[in-house]
Design a protein around this ligand. Structure first.
Ligand SMILES: *Cc1c(COP(=O)(O)O)cnc(C)c1O
Length: 415
């Protein structure tokens, strides 16, 4: 990707003074508005990642900014040592919005996941009578929920865990989209020590892996039958990203514990789960501060209440094209991915997806590879149909220019 010397210098400075814990595309952004972002040279792009779904509402939404500025000038941070006038109001609003009964506010998705595990273990001891110290939480293979020690302890991706051991005990994995495997785990030795199953309705980082219809329903039934909590990690899939307000709505199931994040920092639980925490057992200095409550309310109200964003999410199924460089397109709503390679030919090396992302970015939409050969497309949910058309054409042209393979069939996927 050809970038200006100005951008190159900024990148070099970041590389010199910053830790190299990410490998960003070589573009330096300085401004965002709606579905667009601009680089240092003033070039405009479509944001096709939305900060991993954290800017579903689009960049710099005026109503969210207004709430932020107003509250920043009034009261920002009180800690939870005292009550503030907004936490109760926010908790009522958001629990009613999603039909859950309680909110426990944290700051990031990974803290939401950590919190869910703590609550599930406590619930396992208090409500289910699991022997102290024995509680187990089962996860799905391919899961991603963050980078803390607990989060990597549940991961089967060696690039997450390698060199960071020892890992935490009390977790194990079963294959994703396989309710029989969960059933076997629950009925197998030590199954009575399981307190929860923790799962993403669609696996985001794994490359937008969509399970078969009814998977979550089967899982939920198993959880009820074996008296364990069903924890849904909707950090990436929730809030209308996948065509329904929660991706778990697609299978018509309600989790016992719901973890949200990214476009909203929060975490809830449903009526089935009574409140297992007591004062002093869990907390966060920034969780539930007035500034966050105000902005989170504004983020939901800004437009999720009014224009029906879910309608803006497309419905697609997995599709594949034998013999093309793109072996598969899959996803739901506005969380989609293409898989490069796998059809024979020389398309599956690591570098190819990266090269394609650079080519696409040169022409407009900014996206990034995940797991080497998968490219995720997740634009802000306010994107319009003509803008999607525009981007699909750009992506097709980019693939065409890289491999000289006409890709006009990609558009069939999106309609
Ligand atoms: C990003 C992500 C998380 C972690 O969220 P952070 O805010 O980065 O801690 C958890 N679960 C899923 C599914 C995610 O995509």
């Amino acid at each position: 990707m050809n970038i200006s010397s100005t951008q190159d210098a900024v990148i070099k400075r970041e590389e010199q003074y910053g830790s190299h814990n990410y490998h960003p595309l070589p573009v330096v952004l300085k401004k965002g508005e709606g579905v667009h972002v601009w680089d240092l040279d003033g070039k405009r792009y479509y944001d096709f990642l939305s900060a991993y779904s954290a800017v579903n509402q689009g960049h710099c939404h005026p109503k969210i900014i207004a709430a932020l500025v107003e509250q920043a000038q009034t009261l920002t941070l009180t800690s939870r040592a005292f009550h503030n006038n907004l936490l109760g109001e926010y908790a009522k609003f958001i629990t009613e919005f999603f039909g859950f009964d309680r909110l426990l506010p944290m700051n990031t998705g990974v803290e939401g996941g950590e919190t869910a595990i703590k609550l599930a273990r406590r619930w396992g001891y208090d409500a289910k009578g699991i022997t102290p110290g024995k509680a187990r939480v089962v996860f799905a293979k391919g899961n991603f929920w963050g980078r803390t020690i607990a989060a990597i302890s549940t991961s089967d991706d060696s690039s997450s865990t390698g060199g960071f051991g020892p890992l935490c005990p009390g977790f194990n994995n079963v294959p994703y989209d396989d309710s029989e495997a969960l059933k076997a785990e629950l009925e197998g030795p030590g199954g009575e020590d399981i307190c929860a199953f923790f799962v993403e309705p669609i696996q985001g980082e794994a490359g937008v892996v969509v399970p078969s219809d009814g998977y979550l329903r089967r899982v939920k039934d198993l959880c009820e039958k074996h008296k364990i909590l069903f924890i849904c990690d909707e950090v990436q899939t929730g809030l209308a990203r996948c065509g329904t307000m929660l991706a778990s709505d697609h299978d018509g199931v309600k989790p016992d514990l719901l973890v949200l994040g990214k476009a909203l920092f929060a975490y809830f639980r449903s009526p089935q789960c009574w409140d297992p925490t007591r004062p002093g057992e869990h907390g966060s200095t920034y969780g539930g501060i007035p500034l966050a409550c105000k902005v989170a309310t504004a983020a939901l109200e800004a437009w999720w209440r009014t224009p029906k964003p879910a309608a803006n999410s497309y419905e697609q199924a997995s599709t594949n094209w034998p013999g093309s460089p793109i072996s598969l397109a899959r996803g739901r709503g506005l969380l989609n991915a293409i898989v490069i390679g796998g059809n024979g030919g020389n398309y599956s090396e690591e570098g190819v997806a990266w090269q394609l992302c650079e080519r696409i970015a040169e022409n407009g939409p900014l996206a990034k590879p995940t797991h080497g050969n998968i490219i995720r497309f997740a634009p802000p949910l306010i994107i319009t149909a003509p803008q999607i058309d525009d981007c699909v054409r750009i992506i097709e042209r980019s693939i065409d220019s890289l491999w000289d393979t006409p890709m006009n069939f990609l558009s069939y996927y999106f309609y």
